[in-house]
Design a protein around this ligand. Structure first.
Ligand code: NAD
Length: 355
């Protein structure tokens, strides 16, 4: 049995992790620490009556210390971050504050509680991104855990800074840490500013699908539940001080992803005539292809061309393997979005799409 703080547990991946962990380890005590920024949503935790949500800032070291003491916390799983690259280009300050200073605040509180004094068994798991490794050419080998850091956006630079702090707290003070660097996630509860929920909802609502540049930027797509299994494997089997890359094994250009979204939406309307009544503005409601909504827009500044994950280490040391390919994972995701209009409808205005 463990007592966990899950930071950012009301966000996309954090909430999925809390649902997952509550299923696989129902005896755990889980405290979610989340500031409920535009990306946080307490409804992501609906149905989890035993989970305590503390609305607060990871930068508040005293608050973190008091949660650790009050709930005898032995594990921190750290998701809280500013996470959207486009927002980091227009407003980088929040990224440095939350991702760098916020992570350091957690590390300070964890060190004080777990190392200063008698010392207690503990684990600090830090969730990071493959974007810290920079951009790959078409035939470069995939990112491994020893690939040199070369972050290109304010987002990835701030995540890189947080990774280095976690490493330093392990190396200098002996804090028991693991870090996972994962690829692009998709699935339930993803805020509709990111590619997959944005394009899915735009296809349903008959809005343009704004494709950056030539649409040939490549990402490795990871279903969020596969990611949660990878994090769980890090917590159970990961060695302290180690880093694990977690991918979905689905390296795809954006255009292929978008075509799959359009195909799946068209098929869903063909199979279920009631969707045309619910989403009358969708081209698919009139029997036309969703692909007619594709619109090429000016590329993102500094847009990394390709990310790819070599997950050999996670496979061999943790027994991790993704369970879904992209068509299967997206079919599940589309079914979720079609069944949870109550969840996404109120978020559309908040998404303030930047494209
Ligand atoms: N989404 C992806 O594809 C992806 C890929 C690689 C890595 N990651 C990493 O995974 C983690 C989770 O990403 P996500 O997509 O779920 O993000 P998200 O933006 O959906 O959620 C972030 C959560 O953190 C909370 N938060 C923000 N600032 C906070 C603060 N100062 N104190 C407390 N809570 C705060 C927000 O309210 C929100 O609930 C992040 O660290 C991100 O860098 C995400």
């Amino acid at each position: 049995m463990a007592n966990l703080i899950v930071t950012g547990g009301a966000g996309f991946i954090g909430a999925n992790f809390v649902h997952y962990r509550s299923k696989v380890a129902p005896e755990d005590k889980i405290i979610v620490l989340d500031l409920l920024t535009y990306a946080g949503n307490k409804h992501n935790l609906d149905g989890l009556d035993d989970v305590l949500l503390v609305e607060g800032d990871i930068c508040d070291t005293d608050l973190v210390s008091s949660i650790i003491a009050d709930h005898e916390i032995d594990t921190i799983v750290h998701f809280a971050a500013e996470s959207h690259v486009d927002r980091s280009i227009t407003g980088p300050d929040a990224f440095v504050t939350t991702n760098v200073i916020g992570t350091h605040s957690l590390l300070k509180a964890a060190k004080k509680a777990w190392l200063d004094g008698d010392g207690k068994p503990h684990r600090f798991h830090h969730v990071s991104t493959d974007e810290v490794y920079g951009s790959l050419g078409p035939s470069d080998p995939a990112f491994s855990e020893t690939t040199a850091y070369a972050p290109n956006s304010p987002y990835s630079a701030s995540k890189a800074g947080s990774d280095h702090l976690v490493r330093a707290y392990h190396h200098t003070y002996g804090l028991e840490t693991t870090t996972s660097n994962c690829s692009n996630n998709y699935g339930p509860f993803q805020f509709p500013e990111k590619l997959i929920p944005l394009f899915t909802l735009n296809a349903l609502n008959g809005k343009a699908l704004p494709i950056y540049g030539d649409g040939m930027n490549v990402r490795d797509w990871l279903h969020v539940e596969d990611h949660c299994r990878g994090i769980e494997a890090c917590l159970r089997k990961g060695k302290s001080g180690e880093v694990y890359n977690i991918g979905g094994g689905q390296e795809l250009p954006n255009l292929t992803v978008i075509e799959e979204i359009c195909r799946a939406v068209d098929n869903a309307f063909a199979a279920d005539p009631s969707l045309a009544k619910r989403f009358p503005n969708a081209p698919a409601a009139q029997g036309r292809p969703s692909a007619e909504l594709k619109t090429f827009v000016t590329d993102r500044m500094g847009h990394d061309r390709r990310y790819a994950i070599d997950e050999t280490k996670a496979r061999s040391e943790l027994g991790y393997a993704p369970a879904r390919d992209f068509p299967q994972g997206f079919a599940e995701t589309l079914a979720w979005f079609l069944s949870r209009e109550d969840w996404w409808m109120p978020l559309l205005e908040r998404a303030a799409i930047t494209r």
